[in-house]
Design a binder for this molecule. Structure first.
Ligand code: NAD
Length: 471
């Protein structure tokens, strides 16, 4: 049995004041594997006090000192790469394929932030004035369970580059992953109090971060529902807020695309992180005239996809993080059937031989109408909706007919045509002809997918407050 019974405050792993204990449950077996002792409001306030004290000196560090900290962090993260990947697989059932990619992205993201910091102008001349970009203050960072350490590393490397200090509240379902990343930050030799981690519940630790007047900014990743609660609470002390929220991303296959190549890629985009990804391409828009051909290829692709043990290198879809998440996905499959969508493959119930864990069948609905709930609401599981369209204008109208606007994908043999379509999409990121990540390009949502951007210069500016000095 594992026991996670420390939080990281003021440079030390300490016993929390909080006494609530939660079970740690394996998503593969639903067996208890350990316990976590959660922090509370007192722990959060202690962490904020430490971060506020550390800000006095950390905010004055030079660019070179911050680069040195980030370089040390990158080297520590690199030395723990295997542990970081393995604990994702073990704790929430992230597939080995996905988890290894996230670990590599963490290293790339730190490297990208080092590059950005080398060239960033913290003092600019604007008009006849000097504009100084100074660190915003103590940042409260609230994180979901679905790629926990990836989000933590992105946000904290940006905070360090800006000269901010931080209190991180990861999901209570990510405490084992948090332990490993907290050790990495500890071993990176940052001054005490610069980075603090408090495990705890959203309505306890998260709520304290939201209302604490000594926190200047909240960087949140999670659901749109919780993002709205945080934004409303944060306004009382006029905190700066960046919100990375949900998505229902369209993936448009244009009529000139090679279906044999693009349909399998589109399925991988939908089943990213076993479908538990904000950027998953869960609405596949295909020309009406090619629907039958797409259905055939999609079905054949999914028949060959491995749903199973996340440790296996060839597993594409692992378990859902929890029983609750499993029930949620199953419920949406029932809704899809009730709404009259055609079930192409998968459906209700656990796959044969995987009855113990939170496994869902890799599922595709076809002939879906965009106004159905399964096409509008974030399911967060391996459920793809194939939606036929008549022409390019119709495809664009369907793609943008959503309250979300986080991500989109376009596949076409004609790159210029794809770019023209991309310019009309209401989405913070559009990938053309594949799945890719760029650690220097902004990431964030249009509409109810969020406020603000992360990564690169756009991300760094969110952690800085401009001060103009005139005369
Ligand atoms: P969630 O919104 O339920 O929880 C996210 C975090 O907020 C957790 O740490 C939780 O404890 C905390 N929280 C909950 N209630 C709170 C409150 N009242 N005050 C303060 N904090 C509170 O999300 P989740 O289920 O952990 O993750 C899945 C969601 O995250 C999906 O909607 C997904 O789209 C979204 N997400 C978005 C991105 C992005 O970059 N846009 C990335 C990953 C996940």
């Amino acid at each position: 049995m594992k026991a996670i019974n420390k939080i990281y405050v003021n440079g030390e792993f300490v016993t929390p004041n909080g006494t609530e204990v939660l079970d740690i449950i394996s998503p593969v077996t639903n067996q208890k594997t350990g316990e976590v002792t959660l922090g509370d409001e007192v722990d959060t306030r202690n962490a904020v006090t430490a971060a506020k004290e550390a800000f006095k000196t950390f905010s004055k560090t030079t660019r070179e000192e911050r680069i040195a900290y980030l370089e040390k962090l990158r080297s520590v993260v690199s030395s723990r790469a295997k542990d970081l990947t393995d604990i994702m697989v073990e704790e929430y059932g992230g597939t080995f394929q996905f988890s290894a990619m996230v670990t590599q992205n963490m290293l790339n993201d730190i490297s990208a932030m080092i590059d950005i910091l080398k060239d960033f102008d913290f003092e600019q001349t604007v008009g006849s004035s000097k504009v100084y970009l100074q660190p915003v203050g103590v940042v409260g960072i609230i994180i979901p369970w679905n790629m926990s350490n990836g989000f933590i590393v992105t946000k904290l490397s940006t905070a360090i580059a800006a000269g901010c200090t931080a209190v991180v509240k990861p999901s209570e379902m990510s405490v084992q992953q948090t332990q490993v990343i907290a050790e990495c930050f500890h071993n990176a030799g940052l001054p005490k109090g610069v980075i603090n981690f408090v495990n705890g519940l959203g309505d306890v630790v998260g709520a304290e971060i939201t209302r604490n007047p000594d926190i200047s900014k909240i960087a949140f990743t999670g659901s749109t529902t919780v993002g709205k609660i945080i934004a409303k609470g944060a306004v009382d002390s006029m905190k700066r807020v960046t919100l990375e929220l949900g998505g229902k991303s369209p993936n448009i296959i244009l009529d000139d695309a090679n279906l044999k190549e693009t349909v399998p890629t589109a399925i991988f985009a939908a089943y990213l992180n076993s479908g538990q990804a904000c950027a998953a391409g869960t609405r596949l828009l295909v020309p009406e005239s090619k629907l039958e051909e797409v259905n055939e290829i999609a079905k054949a692709t999914v028949q060959n996809i491995k749903v199973g043990d996340p440790k296996d290198a060839d597993t594409v879809v692992g378990p859902m993080v929890s029983k609750k998440q499993y029930e949620r996905v199953e419920n949406y499959i029932r809704i899809g059937l009730q709404e009259g969508a055609t079930l192409l493959i998968g459906g209700e119930g656990k796959p044969h031989g995987l009855e113990d864990g939170n496994f869902v069948k890799a599922t595709i609905f076809t002939n879906v109408k965009n106004n159905m709930r399964i096409a509008q609401e974030e399911i967060f599981g391996p459920v793809l909706c194939i939606i036929p369209y008549k022409n390019d204008d119709d495809a664009m109208a369907i793609a943008n007919d959503t309250t979300y606007g986080l991500h989109a994908y376009i596949f076409s043999a004609d790159k210029e045509r794809a770019y023209r379509m991309a310019s009309q999409l209401d989405a913070g990121r559009v990938c053309i002809n594949g799945l890719s990540h760029d650690s220097k390009a902004p990431f964030g949502g249009f509409k109810q997918s969020g406020i603000g951007r992360e990564y690169g210069v756009f991300g760094l500016e969110e952690y800085l407050e401009p001060k103009a000095i005139l005369g």
